[in-house]
Every structure is written in structure tokens, then in C-alpha cells.
Design a protein around this ligand. Structure first.
Ligand code: SER
Length: 585
């Protein structure tokens, strides 16, 4: 049975039992949905119940008291687990809902029927089902009723376990309650009856897999404490499509199901290990759904998560080289695969492709050099600001090598770095990753050469006063007492173009501020710098610096990448301050 059929059967089963079909909401939470809980801070919808919170609290739903849906979810808290058999950062949650209508009896009966019925349901083997129920604590009693209902349905007592962890709440505040979870034995021979201890071990080894969770939401939490019962008794069930597909299709991991199989085939001949393939597939599928719901890669919040997913996927394909577009290819593939189920993938497939391509190209440019830099010694700050490595990626690389990363130190440096960018943002070039693309990176290196040329041709004491770079041109303000002559301008252009054609290496070094000052690295006039600074050197064939500047980067690695430099305009901006606008052709 393929995933399309599972979705259809789930919806049809509950529709027949009086449930109204409601669509999935966007992965980006709608603030209005969370009026009755603290979930407005949530980055992404991560369970079926969040968008339904107000209705679980008692608000009347326009479609009535019985609902069925398949909700898109993103759970990035599981990101480190991805690569194993059952975890993914995106999944589709199938759920049936009772808003103050039926309760445990019908919920359990229908779960059992849907799982085991050959005609109406999935036809799973009842002898491979294991059930857990709530063991009770100071907030709520042991859920004996659910266990009895399971026995009545046909599950032997020996395969029903009581655990205290069978409780579901979406956060510190809002509806919550005990749950009963269904697990399926995916081993080839079948495990049979298990003691509690054996069952827990099987769960840990992923021999049994959770495929459904019925939550009996009748309590309310405030600041993490159960404060009493809700106005109504609700049922919130959640069944992850990927895992159900795995059970139904007799696979021992979600990547072998039809949801991933064709995409997996696309990677089959690439020199990547199994875990890498799984991570790439998972992260790109999630990225596609996020972009379709309006998220763009950025350095903040949702955009940062998206960027992190794509860059982590890119890291696992780094050996494919700077020009690889495998991620873009996969993104198009997933958009195509899911477009009949989620129509916004159809309408946004161009945006998806463009966003992934942009991000992939941007990151691949610095990825290889960043990894080399990492091999030489780990500085998470430089990896982040110069090479665009999300800190979590650096932490992961470090962990693999058994190296400890001082996260506090990183956060402190980033904070200073951001402060510095803010200070110098008034007309000056910003350090860091923001707004950098191929064109601005090239102009940035040309900018360094221009300052060196001014000092070489006009006056060794010339100081930079401000700068600004767009995709089209660079702009430099500098202290100078006269209008540049045509001859000076020609000489400056020639000097820059000579350095370009010599193909000089651009090298970044990190050093204490005092040392950088000692070697005479160029600073922005009037800017403030942290204790440890990054200095960019452009070195000639003999290793002598033709340019050395305080700078957060990024830059090209060799001047030959720049093309031809030309001064477009030279003018006065203030008494003793001149401005040059220059372009690369
Ligand atoms: N809210 C529960 C879960 O996410 C059931 O839908 O597991």
C-alpha cells in the first residue's frame, strides 16, 4: 500500500464516522491560532494539535465536533536523530479529533480498527502491536480505562504497558492529558510477548516503532503545572504517515518507503554514506515545504533554521565540488512529488528552485575552504562570519573529531561582531554574512585593492573613511586633499588590474588587535574593533602583502576571479573627503 492510499484511507475511515475534513495549515504558525496558549513563540507547527488549540480549550469549531486532518509538521528538535531509521524533521501527521464529543472508547476502538482492518484500514498484524498507557502521577490517575479498552479490542494484557511518560502537552500552557501510544514490531521474525523491560529495550533498538498516539485531552496546564480539567473532554490523535508507511510496507526505515525511495535512488551512485544520504533527503524535503510556506533562508529565526538545514545537507555533499547542484535537483524533485497533495508546492516550485539554487551556490563557494580552515584549527567565529558555517554545523564537525567548542566564547564574539557591524553600518561595509553574493564578494576584494592603489599611486597616508558595496558597484570615501587627476585615475586602474592579472592569493588571518595594528593593517578611520580581529592579506608571489586590511570578509580566494576594474566616478563628498565609485567588468 502506497502513501497516497494510506492518506486516502485514513481520511475516508474517519469521514465515514462523522468527521469533517479540514486542511493542513501552513508550517508557519498563525498567531491567531495560539491566542489561548503560549505557542505564538513557536517557530513551526510541530504537531496536529497546535492549530486546533483554541478549539480544544472550548471555542466552537465551524466544522463541528469531529474533525480529521493531515497536518504538515516540522520538528527540528529531532535534527540530531535524523539518519536513524525513524526520525525526520518534516512529517505529515494524520489525526482524528473529538472536540468535546466522543472519548476513550471510540478513539481506541477506531484506532485499532483502522490499524488492523483489511477492508477499511491498513491491515496490519495485530500480533505485532504493543500499547502503552499512562501510569499515573500527582496530576492525574493511572489510565486503567484505556488499558481495558485495548484488551476488549483484542490486545493481550502482556503487550500493554503503563508508563509515566504517556502524557502529552504542547508546552507550558494549554490543553494536555494522558495518552495511549501504539507501537508496531518491524522485525522480520516478530518479537512476541515482551516483559516491560524487554519492550523498552526493543523500543530503544527501534525494533518497535511508535505509529500512533491518542491523547485524551481533558486537563489544562499553566506555567508547566496541571491546574485542573478543561470545559470539555477532547481526543487528539496523531499518526505519522512516514512511520505508518514503514509498518505497512514492511520496511525497517522510513527512507525505504515510497515517500523517499525514488529520491534515494537519485543519490544512489554518489559517493556518500548511508547516513549522509538520509540526512540530505530529509533536510531537502523539509526545506522544500518551508520555502513553499514562505520561509526564506536568512540569519534569523525561521530563515536560520532553513539555512541550517540546507547548509548541513550541503556539507554532506561537499566532496561533489563547488558546482554541484544536487540539492537544487532534489528540491525540484520533492516539489514535483508532493505537488498533488500540497498545491502550494505547485505554485511555488519556481521560488523553491531559485531559493535553493541561490543558497546552494552561495554556500558551496566557501564550503570547501571553510572545511580546510576547520582542519587547520577550529574557530567557529571565523567559520561563521567568513565561510557561512552555522554554529551548529561547526559543533557537529567538532564533535565528530572529539573537539570541544566553547559556545559562550562564540556567542560573545558574535555579539561583538554584530555590534561592530551596527557601529560601522552607517555608510560602511558590513562584515559577516548578510547580503553577500558573488558580485558583492568580488567588489569587496576590489575595494581592498583600490585602497592599496590609492596609497601606492596618490599618497601612502590615504585613509579610508567609509565604504558601501552593492551588487553593481563599490563606493569608497577616503581622506584626500585634492581632486584626482586623470593620470592618477588611470594609474590607479592599471595598478588594480595588474594585481588582478597576477592572480594573487587572498588570505585571512586572525590576530590580536595590537598585533594587527603593529603590522600596519588598514583600519576604517574612526571604527572600533574587538580584541581579536580578522585581517585579510593579498600577497604577491614572494609572499609580500600588497594589501592588508582589518575585515570580516568574505573575499574571493584569488584576485584573478575579479575581472576588469574601472573607476566610474570620482567626486568630493565633504571638505577633504573624496569618493570613488568603481565597477568590475
Ligand atoms: N499531539 C499528539 C502528538 O503529536 C497526538 O496528535 O503526538
Amino acid at each position: 500500500m502506497l502513501s497516497n492510499e494510506i492518506r486516502d484511507k485514513f481520511i475516508a475511515f474517519f469521514e465515514k464516522r462523522g468527521h469533517k475534513i479540514i486542511p493542513s495549515t501552513s508550517l508557519v504558525p498563525d498567531k491567531d491560532f495560539f491566542e489561548s496558549s503560549d505557542k505564538h513563540e513557536l517557530l513551526f507547527v510541530n504537531s496536529g494539535m497546535q492549530p486546533l488549540s483554541p478549539y480544544l480549550m472550548g471555542k466552537a469549531h465551524p466544522e463541528g465536533k469531529r474533525l480529521v486532518n493531515i497536518q504538515k509538521c516540522v520538528r527540528t528538535q529531532d535534527i540530531d536523530e535524523v539518519g536513524d531509521n525513524t526520525h525526520d524533521t518534516f512529517f505529515e501527521m494524520m489525526g482524528n479529533w473529538s472536540l468535546g464529543d466522543y472519548f476513550k472508547e471510540d478513539a481506541i476502538k477506531w484506532s485499532y480498527e483502522f490499524l488492523t482492518s483489511k477492508e477499511e484500514g491498513l491491515g496490519l498484524d495485530k500480533d505485532r502491536l504493543y500499547i502503552t498507557c499512562f501510569a499515573g502521577n500527582e496530576s492525574a490517575p493511572k489510565d486503567i480505562e484505556s488499558a481495558e479498552l485495548w484488551e476488549k479490542a483484542g490486545i493481550p494484557k502482556e503487550r500493554i504497558y503503563f508508563l509515566e511518560s504517556n502524557w502529552w502537552s504542547p508546552g507550558e500552557n494549554g490543553p494536555c492529558g494522558p495518552d495511549t501510544e501504539m507501537f508496531y514490531d518491524i522485525t522480520s521474525d516478530g518479537l512476541g510477548n515482551l516483559t516491560l523491560e524487554e519492550y523498552l529495550q526493543a523500543d530503544q533498538k527501534q525494533q518497535v516503532v511508535e505509529i500512533w498516539n491518542d491523547v485524551f485531552m481533558e486537563y489544562e496546564r499553566k506555567d508547566g503545572k496541571v491546574i485542573g480539567k478543561l470545559k470539555q473532554k477532547n481526543v487528539d490523535t496523531g499518526s505519522g504517515l512516514e512511520r505508518v508507511a514503514m509498518a505497512v510496507q514492511g520496511k525497517d526505515n522510513i527512507f525505504d518507503t515510497d515517500l523517499f525511495k525514488e529520491a534515494y535512488q537519485l543519490l544512489i551512485n554518489l559517493p556518500l554514506d548511508e547516513k549522509a544520504k538520509r540526512i540530505i533527503l530529509d533536510h531537502m524535503r523539509t526545506s522544500v515545504f518551508l520555502i513553499a510556506d514562505g520561509v526564506k533562508p536568512s540569519n534569523k529565526d525561521r530563515g536560520y533554521i532553513l539555512r541550517r538545514l540546507m547548509r548541513r545537507a550541503a556539507r554532506y555533499t561537499s566532496q561533489l565540488g563547488e558546482t554541484s547542484q544536487v540539492l537544487t535537483f532534489l528540491a525540484s524533485f520533492f516539489a514535483e512529488k508532493y505537488k498533488n497533495i500540497y498545491s502550494n508546492l505547485l505554485t511555488s516550485d519556481q521560488i523553491i528552485k531559485e531559493e535553493v539554487l541561490k543558497e546552494e551556490q552561495k554556500f558551496r563557494k566557501t564550503l570547501e575552504r571553510g572545511l580546510k580552515e576547520f582542519e587547520k584549527g577550529v574557530d567557529p567565529f571565523i567559520l561563521a562570519t567568513t565561510y557561512g558555517f552555522p554554529i551548529e554545523l561547526t559543533e557537529e564537525l567538532a564533535k565528530e573529531k572529539g573537539i570541544h567548542i566553547d559556545r559562550e566564547e562564540f556567542d560573545r564574539k558574535m555579539y561583538e561582531h554584530q555590534k561592530l557591524s551596527q557601529t560601522s553600518s552607517a555608510g560602511m561595509f558590513k562584515g559577516g554574512l548578510a547580503n553577500h553574493n558573488e558580485k558583492t564578494v568580488k567588489l569587496h576584494t576590489a575595494h581592498h585593492l583600490l585602497l592599496a592603489a590609492l596609497q601606492e599611486v596618490v599618497n601612502p597616508d590615504i585613509k579610508q573613511k567609509g565604504s558601501n558595496i552593492t551588487e553593481e558597484r563599490l563606493r569608497m570615501d577616503f581622506l584626500c586633499d585634492h581632486k584626482l587627476t586623470d593620470e592618477e585615475k588611470n594609474k590607479i586602474e592599471d595598478w588594480v588590474n595588474d594585481r588582478i592579472s597576477e592572480g594573487l592569493n587572498v588570505i585571512r588571518k586572525e590576530m590580536p588587535l595590537t598585533e594587527a595594528e603593529k603590522i600596519g593593517a588598514q583600519m576604517e578611520f574612526g571604527a572600533k574593533y574587538p580584541d581579536i580581529v580578522s585581517v585579510y592579506f593579498i600577497e604577491d608571489k614572494n609572499g609580500n602583502a600588497v594589501s592588508k586590511e582589518f575585515c570580516g570578509g568574505p573575499h574571493v580566494s584569488n584576485t584573478k576571479e575579479l575581472g576588469h576594474f574601472k573607476i566610474q566616478k570620482e567626486e568630493a563628498v565633504a571638505q577633504g573627503v573624496r569618493r570613488i565609485k568603481g565597477i568590475l567588468e
